[in-house]
Design a protein. Sequence first.
Length: 662
Amino acid sequence: MTQLATQSTSIRNRQDEELYGPSRIEDQPPQVARTVGVFGLFVLLASAVMAGWNAIRSTFGGESSQLPFFGQGWISFWTISGLAMLYFHAAFDRAREIRRGYMVLSWLALIAGGLGGLFWVLYGYWGTAAALVITILVGLMALALTACPWVLSAPVQSELAGLNEKDRPQEAPRATVSNSTNGPGFDSAVPVSSWKRIGLFLARWNSLIGTDVAVTRVTFAAAVLIALAITFSAILTTRFQWDMLPLVALATLVAGTTFLVTAAKHEFDVTWRQAGAYVLGLGHTIASAALLALMVRDLVVTSDSGLVTPVGLLAGLLGLLFFLAQVNLSGTDDDLSYYSAVVGLVLLGTLVAGLAVIRSALPPLSLYLSETWRPSPYFIPNGLLLLILATIQIITGLVTVSNNQMVAIFRRELLAYFYTPAAYLVLAALAILAAFQYLVWMSILLAAANNFQFREVFLEPIIRWYFYQILPVFALLAIPPFITMRLFSEEKRTGTLEVLLVAPVSETTVVLGKFLGAWAFFLVAWGIWFVFPLIFRFLMGQPFDYRPLLSFYVGTGFMAISFIAIGVFFSALTENQVIAAVLAYAGIFAMFFPQLLHWIFTSLRGSTGEWIANVIKEIAILEQYNNFLEGRMYLQHLLYHASIAVLFLFLTVRILEARKWK
């Protein structure tokens, strides 16, 4: 609900960074979002109390204590639920105090999670002194980058302050949100291109501390919080030997990044946005450096299987996450995004691929180079996973800086998902479903571990008991129509499709760009389900055969291209998004008809029914799903979905051509 703002309302008295149109419409507070946020805060605090109670119980009573105990699974579930409700509040409440409060908390989560995880890793490898020194240096860099936007924008404020009241302009120059994030009087470039610029920046920063209120507040507040983060990280690691610190740090980094990007989307002051972008850029740099350091270590020390799995791979994925979040804040045409893409992704990915190939080639080459030196095998799984990571990094970097028409449409469509809160709500909902399915999986494994006869049934791959359930199958079917229903329907409804069709770009380019953007978002959303098994394997140290996860992800990715192509086709048929989604669901469920026929003919007796069932089995969705899950990936199954995708994309192009000629 909205109401007209009168002369006495607070529009004129709002802060300078708020931008308003001439309509003079004032929004009512989002009461539903705030109610959900308060309830989410209560749930989060309750989960913290439960975790604190368990810690007190284990400290004073130990395992033999008779006091009640809260299960870790339920604590995790309520924590994720509370964060999801708080995220809903952050996504829909645009009040200045709310969004900046969330930005400060997300910045603190990034700093605490990053410094805590870094200290824990360095402490395990090099001891307390090295961990403390390096963590303090990283903390100082984070402090400088946090204060950097306020330092660079301070000269405009000081020049205005020196003018007389009558000489001041009607409206003070301020940094506003734009495509390139460069506002009046604001230099978005980080001053690290030369030692001279770094020295000038430090001198300016030092002169503003005590004279500029904003710079002073930001500097001292950030310094105190960074010092507390380092102190608590050191105490939890060295004194209490808290094994859950890396897992908590990882969850904190992901949550902080998500909240920061969402809250910053409502922020009009580019100074606040760039502060978050700089911190994310620092995280990308540190994660990339950690990946390279571990790869060099594996290249020098060849007597073991290497340390790059899982720490190095996790660092690479975190760096990719930080880069995408930073681009989301700065824009693709910002200098920081360009250099991060070229240096931090393309060159880094090329270097990672080269080092992975060299290290993987050492075992066979050692047969010809030495009679005693025998490096351990590396290609499976380390080398293969690193090559996949390097490919993703290179493709992401090239997509960010490319000016190709199809790539530009793909980039626009992909970023459009992350510019709306609905995408993050979908990701949060999938995370909750995946967490619940993970708890079910754990209960199944515990039941099998306590029953010897039941244990014999659980042969590898045990992940089939995680994915071959109703929730993952439902998510696989539900995601594509949701992400494709707006691709052309929204363009038709707003009238922008005609502008796109008269542009010097072919219909095939438009369709492929939108299709690839939807597919890329699906791969991100579907990848959430793979996080929990990997955490169980690598961070919790529970061994199981995780390699079928790779074939399953690739196979379901091919399966999704047919689903997404069907959704794109029906989105081009109608202007109503709901109708497009319903038709897409109908088309996807029609692909399950061969699966029903397979079940029917399998139940029939006789050679004819068995022969027909074996033929239909090749195009039965759940049979293919099960094959992918067990590590069997057949070419005919992949070509089946690829051919369906080509057919529906061809029909979509024909629909657009017919509309263009009309």
